[in-house]
Design a protein around this ligand. Structure first.
Ligand code: NAG
Ligand code: NAG
Ligand code: NAG
Ligand code: NAG
Ligand code: NAG
Ligand code: NAG
Ligand code: NAG
Ligand code: NAG
Ligand code: NAG
Ligand code: NAG
Ligand code: NAG
Length: 465
C-alpha cells in the first residue's frame, strides 16, 4: 500500500545507498513488471490491488491540510456467492473424476495430485474471507489502521464515531472490522454502526439505492449480450493440446479464471492461476470490464442516476462549514461504488467498449475500480494562498489508494479541483433520481443518514432482513 510503503521504500533506499552495490543497483527501476501482476486481470473477483494511478503524491500538498475526508468502500475479499460457487464446484468435481481415469499432464497435471482439494467452505458463501494473505477481514482492519494515522487530526476521540453501512452481512462485517482497526477495538474511541437496510423502503436514504429504483434493470447487459471474445476458446484449445483428456470447453476456461480469483481470496494461491496463460487472464479481465461497463458503468445510462445520488450527498457535506464531524466512512457493494465513480466521470471514455475483441486503447479496467476492498476516498483540502492570504478549499480523490485527478478540473494543489468549481460541475450534472427511477414517493426522497444518524431510527446491529 503506497500510504505505508513510502516509509519502507525510504528505509530501503538508505540501506542500499550505504552498501557498495551502487555499480549495479539503480536508484530508479528500469523495469515495469506490474502489468504482469495477475491481480490486475481478475476483474473485481480477486484480491485488492492498488490502482496504477498517475504518480500524483498521496501526501498532503504543500501549504494544505486535509479538513474533511470521506470513504466509500466495497466490502473486503469474500467467498464466492452461492451461484458462482456452484460452477466452480462442478468444474472441480469433473476434473477430479476425470483424473482418476487418465494421467494428467501439462498445465493441468496438478489435477491428479492429492493436494488438489476444493477451497470453499459451503457455509461461507457470500461472507468475508478470514485467513490467508488476502483475508477480507484483515484487509478491512488494516485499512482502519491506515486511515486512523492519516485522519487522526480530524476526529475527536471523545465523541462516538458513526460508521455507515449497507445491511448485508459481509458489508456489515467489513464495516465492523474497519471500525475496530480505526478505534483499536474502541480503546481509542467509541463507534456506533449505522445500518442502512438494503431494501426499497430505504428509498434514497441508502447506500444501495438501486433497490428503490424500479427503472434500474439489474439484468441489463447492453452490448455485452453480444460478447464474442475469443480468449476462452483459444485457451481451451491450448489446454486440450497440452493437458489432453479433460475436454476443456470455453465455459470451463471462464470458470477456471474465476476459480483462480476466488481461491486467492480464500487461500492466497491457486494452481489455476499458474495453469492459465497470461493471454487468457487478460481476456478474462476484459470480459469482466465489458460486463460491468454495460451493467453498472458508463454503458448503462441508469448508472449515472444512481451515482448522482451518492455524489449529491457527499457534495452537501463538502460544502458544509460545520467543523465537528469531519470523517464519513461508508460501506457498500462493488456496483454502487462503480456507479458512483461512473457519475463522477473518471471513466467517461470516448465511445463504447467493443465486445468482439480486447480494446487496449480505451482505459477502463474494472480491477482498477472495484477489486475486493475497492475504495474511493474524497478529501477536502484547505490550502493557504500566498496572494490572497486566505485559505481556499479544494477537493481531490484517491481511488484504490492512488490520487485520481477529477476530469476537467485539476488546477489546485496536488492536481486537486477548487471546491467551488467542483460544486458547479457536479450540480450541473445532477440527475433527478425519484423521477428517472419512478421511485415510490412514500419512501425517503433524500439522503439524511449523514446528518440524522443520532436520531435512533437506524439499526446499530446486523439483522437478517
Ligand atoms: C472412468 O471411465 C469409465 C469408462 O469411460 C467411466 O464409466 C467412469 O465413470 C470413469 N470414472 C471416473 C471416476 O470418471
Ligand atoms: C470533543 O468532544 C467532547 C465531547 O463532546 C467535547 O467536550 C470537546 O470540546 C471536543 N473537543 C474538541 C477539540 O472539539
Ligand atoms: C466508551 O464508552 C464507554 C461507556 O460510555 C466509556 O466508559 C468509555 O470511556 C468510552 N471510551 C472512549 C475511548 O471514549
Ligand atoms: C411505497 O412505499 C410505502 C412505504 O414503504 C409502502 O407502504 C407501499 O406499499 C409502497 N408502494 C408500492 C407500490 O410499492
Ligand atoms: C446484438 O447484435 C445484433 C446483430 O448485430 C443487433 O441487432 C443487436 O442490437 C445487438 N444487441 C445489443 C444489445 O447490442
Ligand atoms: C472427451 O471427448 C472424447 C471424444 O469425444 C471422449 O471420447 C471422451 O470420453 C471425453 N472425455 C471426457 C472426460 O469427457
Ligand atoms: C436511457 O436510455 C433509454 C433508451 O435510449 C431511454 O429510453 C431512457 O430515457 C434513458 N434514461 C436516462 C435516465 O437517460
Ligand atoms: C461556508 O463556506 C463558503 C465557501 O467556503 C462560504 O462562502 C460561506 O460564507 C461559508 N458559510 C458560513 C456560514 O460560514
Ligand atoms: C470535459 O470537458 C469536455 C469538453 O468540454 C466535455 O466534452 C467532457 O464531457 C467533460 N468531461 C467530463 C467528465 O465532465
Ligand atoms: C490565490 O489567490 C489569488 C488572488 O485571489 C487568485 O488569483 C489565485 O487564483 C489563487 N490561487 C489559487 C491556487 O487558488
Ligand atoms: C441534492 O441533495 C439536496 C439535499 O442535500 C436536495 O435538496 C436536492 O434536491 C438534491 N438534488 C438532487 C438533484 O437530487
Amino acid at each position: 500500500m503506497v500510504l505505508t510503503n513510502t516509509i519502507i521504500a525510504c528505509a530501503l533506499a538508505l540501506f542500499t545507498a550505504s552498501t557498495d552495490a551502487q555499480l549495479v543497483e539503480k536508484k530508479y527501476s528500469s523495469y515495469a513488471t506490474d502489468q504482469q501482476n495477475i491481480l490486475r486481470h481478475l476483474g473485481g473477483t480477486g484480491p485488492f490491488v492498488e490502482a496504477v494511478g498517475w504518480g500524483i503524491p498521496t501526501e498532503t500538498p504543500y501549504q494544505c491540510t486535509i479538513d474533511q475526508a470521506h470513504l466509500f468502500m466495497r466490502h473486503g475479499e469474500r467467498y464466492a456467492t452461492k451461484g458462482s460457487d456452484k460452477g466452480l464446484r462442478t468444474l472441480y468435481d469433473r476434473l477430479k473424476n476425470t483424473a482418476q481415469n487418465i494421467t494428467a499432464v501439462g498445465p493441468l497435471s496438478f489435477v491428479g495430485d492429492e493436494s488438489f482439494t476444493f477451497f470453499e467452505e459451503a457455509s461461507w458463501h457470500d461472507q468475508e474471507t478470514y485467513y490467508g494473505p488476502y483475508a477480507g477481514t484483515g484487509d478491512l482492519f488494516h485499512m482502519g489502521n491506515i486511515l486512523r494515522e492519516r485522519y487522526a487530526h480530524l476526529v475527536n476521540s471523545s465523541k462516538t464515531l458513526p460508521i455507515f453501512t449497507a445491511g448485508q452481512k459481509r458489508v456489515f462485517d467489513s464495516a465492523v472490522n474497519f471500525a475496530n482497526g480505526f478505534t483499536f477495538n474502541q480503546y481509542a474511541q467509541n463507534y456506533t454502526m449505522v445500518v442502512l437496510p438494503e431494501n426499497q423502503d430505504s428509498g434514497l436514504n441508502s447506500l444501495t439505492n438501486t433497490n428503490s429504483c424500479p427503472n434500474f434493470d439489474g439484468d441489463y447487459e447492453g452490448a455485452y449480450a453480444n460478447q464474442t471474445l475469443q480468449y476462452s476458446t483459444i485457451e481451451a484449445a491450448r489446454l486440450n493440446a497440452l493437458s489432453p483428456g479433460f475436454n476443456i470447453t470455453a465455459a470451463d476456461v471462464y470458470n477456471m479464471c474465476g476459480y483462480c480469483a476466488f481461491e486467492l481470496d480464500v487461500r492466497g494461491s491457486s494452481p489455476f492461476c499458474d495453469a492459465l496463460s497470461q493471454d487468457a487472464m487478460i481476456g478474462f479481465g476484459y470480459d469482466k470490464d465489458i460486463s460491468t461497463y454495460y451493467s453498472d458503468g458508463p454503458g448503462y445510462n441508469m448508472s449515472f442516476v444512481s451515482g448522482s445520488a451518492y455524489a449529491n450527498a457527499t457534495l452537501a457535506l463538502l460544502k458544509d462549514n460545520k467543523t465537528e464531524e469531519n470523517t464519513y466512512f461508508s460501506f457498500s457493494h462493488d456496483n454502487d461504488l462503480l456507479r458512483y465513480v461512473t457519475f463522477l466521470g473518471f471513466f467517461d471514455i470516448d465511445g463504447d467498449l467493443p465486445v468482439d475483441h480486447v480494446d487496449f486503447y480505451k482505459f477502463y479496467s474494472v480491477s482498477e475500480i472495484i477489486p475486493m476492498g475497492g475504495r474511493l476516498i474524497t478529501e477536502r483540502l484547505s490550502c493557504y494562498n500566498e496572494t490572497s492570504k486566505e485559505d481556499d478549499k479544494f477537493v481531490r480523490f484517491l481511488l484504490n489508494d492512488q490520487v485520481i485527478p477529477f476530469p476537467n478540473c485539476s488546477s489546485g494543489p496536488g492536481y486537486s479541483c477548487p471546491l467551488d468549481s467542483y460544486a458547479e460541475i457536479i450540480e450541473s450534472q445532477l440527475l433527478d433520481f425519484p423521477e428517472l427511477c419512478a421511485q415510490n414517493t412514500s419512501t425517503p426522497l433524500y439522503t439524511s443518514f449523514y446528518w440524522d444518524w443520532e436520531s435512533g431510527k437506524y439499526p446499530t446491529e446486523y439483522t437478517s432482513n
